[in-house]
Ligand binder design. Structure first.
Ligand code: 8YV
Length: 319
């Protein structure tokens, strides 16, 4: 029997590409450029499945033009905001994602951003690296202590829970807001707030771990940012559009927000050039899940989902 044909849109881990080539006819382009709308539409007539990343956009307009040959989109991501799920559902196209396996790597990056923002890592690195370190004072690069502080988490899914686990190691007091309260054995003493306002009021540090949906886009706007304690630190490893970037910039300029750690931006790739003048904004280029172990696990999960589908089973991570 001939192998199903799949398109792998980006450069995945060696192990993933090797396993994919063993089990499928693989179309993969080593230039590692994001698939455009035209690429996606053209490719849909040549393949049975696609493994895309969040860089390929399946908007309603694209989905409408997909060839019926395409049966499954096995995302190499946990986020599915690049997919118009209702348009895909109405075309009968299966969508899967990669939950769980990237939680620790992403939470690790959120911890890094939080620590670097709190302890002024960008300024410190610049001062030493540039040779400008010719003085010292007890008042020099004084940051905000993480140990014992209150951490607010929005979204207590896999990544939010991993963040809470890691922050507990820093003796942080964990508060969270989520669609529903977690069971006590999962909460591990974290304090649930049934309103976002309630969470914001106690968050010396705030870390975002919810998906981007029509309900959450722009969630951290000027009035919500103003509800944080003065001098709070904001961390985002989820999606850029959860934050109103102009409001964040104004809050950084006024000091209402002492620092921020951002792995996601409204415009990607590229980020926000206005943030670059502020050393108290620590930035990374959307690499929360970028560890060798996690990339292998994400690739394996995407292939497990394809394998199940082509065997005639329900994929384990059906969205
Ligand atoms: C990815 C992500 O970097 O999983 C997600 O939702 O944003 C990231 O893990 C990316 O899509 C990797 O393919």
């Amino acid at each position: 029997m001939s192998k199903p044909v799949i398109w792998i849109t980006r450069t995945l881990s060696e192990a993933t590409l090797e396993r994919a080539r063993r089990d499928y006819e693989v179309i993969w382009d080593a230039t590692d450029t994001p698939g455009s709308a035209d690429d996606i539409i053209a490719m849909s007539a040549q393949v049975d499945g696609i493994i895309p990343c969040h860089s390929e956009h399946f908007s309603a307009a694209v989905v409408e033009q997909l060839d019926p040959r395409l049966k499954i989109i096995a995302n190499h991501s946990v986020g599915v905001d690049h997919c118009d799920l209702s348009a895909l559902r109405s075309r009968g196209i299966i969508v899967t994602n990669t939950p769980g396996v990237l939680s620790d790597a992403t939470a690790e990056l959120a911890m890094m951003l939080m620590l670097c923002a709190a302890r002024k890592a960008v300024a410190g690195d610049r001062i030493v690296r540039s040779g400008a370190w010719n003085f010292w004072s007890p008042a020099f690069l004084v940051g905000k202590q993480v140990t014992g502080a209150r951490l607010g988490i929005i979204g207590m899914g896999g990544v939010g829970c991993a963040m809470a686990r890691k922050a507990r190691g820093f003796d942080m007091q964990i508060h969270y807001h989520n669609r529903s309260r977690l069971a006590p054995e999962v909460e591990h003493g974290a304090i649930f707030h049934d309103t976002l306002d309630g969470l914001l009021a106690v968050s010396d540090f705030l870390s975002l771990h919810c998906p981007s949906t029509p309900q959450t886009v722009g969630m951290m706007n000027a009035s919500r940012i103003a509800q944080l304690p003065a001098g709070a630190i904001l961390v985002n490893t989820a999606r850029g559009n959860l934050i109103d970037e102009a409001a964040l910039l104004a809050a950084i300029q006024s000091g209402q927000i002492a620092a921020a750690g951002l792995d996601c931006f409204c415009a990607e790739p590229g980020g926000n050039a206005e943030f670059s003048d502020h050393e108290n904004i620590v930035m990374m280029p959307h690499v929360g899940s970028a560890t060798v172990k996690t990339r292998d696990a994400m690739g394996a999960k995407a292939l497990d989902n394809l394998d199940a589908f082509f065997r005639g089973d329900t994929p384990p991570d059906l969205v």
